[in-house]
Design a protein around this ligand. Sequence first.
Ligand code: NAD
Length: 301
Amino acid sequence: MTTIAFIGLGNMGAPMARNLIKGGLNLRVFDVIESLAVPFSDLGATVCDSAAQASVGAQVVISMLPASQHVQALYLGKDGLLTKLTPGTLVIDCSTIAPDTSRQVAQAANALNLTAIDAPVSGGTNGAQAGTLTFIVGGKPDAVERARPVLELMGSKIFHAGDAGAGQAAKIANNMVLGIQMIATAEALNLGIANGLDPKVLSDIMAQSSGRNWTLEVYNPWPGVMDNVPAARGYEGGFGVDLMLKDLGLAMDAAEQSACATLLGDLAREIYAEHSQDGNGKLDFSSILQMIQKRSGQRSA
Ligand code: NAD
């Protein structure tokens, strides 16, 4: 049976790892927060004390970490995890990070006769739980094919975007749209409701009109419109404001490097930064509605 090491059991990693166990794979799991790994022993996984303990001898290593610096610290350097893996091991990093970092990991892996691909995801925590994520993969075609049966246990769509780093470049562009759309949706709902509309009625109308978009239809920010979204549970879990801020920062870096104008991307980043500075960095990014409501109160005061 294929042995998989899974590193990083946060909002996304935990449900992804559970789907691999359901799919019959032998899992070894690790998170720096021990309490996140412990429940996996009841599911039949081996809970490990370090990333190295989880990974040595595994055929595939999967990581789902917050940002570039975590991925660099895990894999690269003289004592990095790559130096401890058996030649031939496939490394699949699903974190959303800088394309350059993914390329560094792929090159370092190649030099050690390992294979590394970037496979960031779209679909949110509900997609991770349901096993319906979209994987956006960067790497050599044969490596993508090798990863496919494992990715199919966690997702329903797998795109090969191009060489190492291409998965990240596509994911970053996608998330810039997501960040902008969430602000636009929250503003529009707030405006309509302040003008006498019912939140569910307005959401239904917009979902069948030209304002339809993912944040409205799948991840509605207005509490009470949908069950099983962060807005229904005080904006806990989901996709953190600080993670959105990180992704918009990656988009701005990429825009600078490629001399692209990102007018709304820049503005969205400023808006999420202010929301984070107000102490909301760990809340789901749909909580941006609360900032819009706060500003609306200031305007009417
Ligand atoms: P999270 O903060 O909930 O989880 C990250 C986990 O990594 C934490 O549990 C943390 O303790 C662990 N970790 C950090 N460094 C570690 C290390 N060296 N070894 C082991 N564990 C370590 O974040 P998340 O929401 O699960 O997101 C993970 C990644 O997926 C991010 O890059 C994010 O941008 C991306 N993403 C998130 C969503 C979402 O909806 N949450 C959707 C798509 C993509």
